[in-house]
Design a protein around this ligand. Structure first.
Ligand code: HEC
Length: 210
């Protein structure tokens, strides 16, 4: 192979429409001595320009947000809405209202029962005894506390019960046999917790004097 520079030859050849090869050769492979096609250069240079623009917008102007930021912001918004909902509910809930309005309303109590049956019976039992019958007159204790034994561990006022369901076992308590109750306020709106409370009041008429 002849040595570089071969530019004159390349120019000459390209004018004639011929293909020119670079002089070097490795393992029998040679390179064309040609300009890359315009469409290719356009994409290449375009992506470089895009990169610079994107970089500046992303890092200098904070124009785009990564998924983490978007999710964090959305969660904060949701938390805000939830806190507002809870405040609104707490503003109208009192021990008296729970006993004399909520728990006397059959629709409210029926809604509470439905929520109880689909969320709470695994630990508190369908009959609220925190036990499950396994036949032969034997029963097994479930993780939760019985809810019809007249004992209310964290306060026996309706609002105490609302608070316990909403916030779960208080942070300073070790729970019941080491088992704590989760904060259901994380999973259901305050309305449902009020309905659950009304249902529990209805199930324990002796505990909540009118
Ligand atoms: C995974 C098991 C579990 C589920 C499900 C569960 N609980 Fe509990 N619950 C417990 C445990 C354990 C305690 C005892 C907590 C403690 O002692 O701190 C408890 C305590 C309670 C208490 C206080 C009882 C008392 O005697 O003071 C109430 C009220 C209660 N749960 C209501 C509910 C409601 C309503 C639901 C459904 C939304 C529910 N629980 C679902 C495990 C559960």
């Amino acid at each position: 192979m002849s040595a570089d520079p071969e530019t004159p030859r390349a120019e000459y050849a390209s004018k004639k429409g011929e293909v020119v090869l670079r002089s070097h050769e490795y393992d029998g492979i040679q390179e064309y001595d040609q300009m890359l096609p315009n469409w290719w250069l356009f994409i290449f240079l375009g992506s470089l320009a895009f990169f610079v623009g994107y970089w500046v917008l992303y890092y200098n102007f904070g124009f785009f947000h990564d998924d983490q930021e978007v999710i964090t912001r959305k969660i904060a918004q949701i938390e805000e809405v939830k806190a507002k909902e809870l405040d609104e509910m707490l503003a109208k809930l009192t021990d008296d209202a729970l006993i004399n309005q909520w728990a006397t309303d059959d629709t409210v109590v029926a809604a509470g029962k439905e929520i109880f049956l689909s969320n709470c019976i695994a630990c508190h039992g369908q009959d609220l005894s925190a036990k499950i019958d396994i036949g032969n007159g034997q029963s097994v204790s479930l993780p939760g506390l019985p809810l019809t034994d007249g004992v209310w561990k964290y306060g026996s006022k309706p609002m105490d019960i609302f608070k316990l369901i909403n916030e779960g076992t208080p942070a300073n308590s070790t729970g019941h046999n080491g088992a704590k109750m989760e904060a259901w306020g994380q999973k259901m709106p305050p309305l449902q917790i009020a309905q659950l409370t009304a249902f529990l009041i209805r199930e324990n008429p002796k505990d909540f004097a009118k």
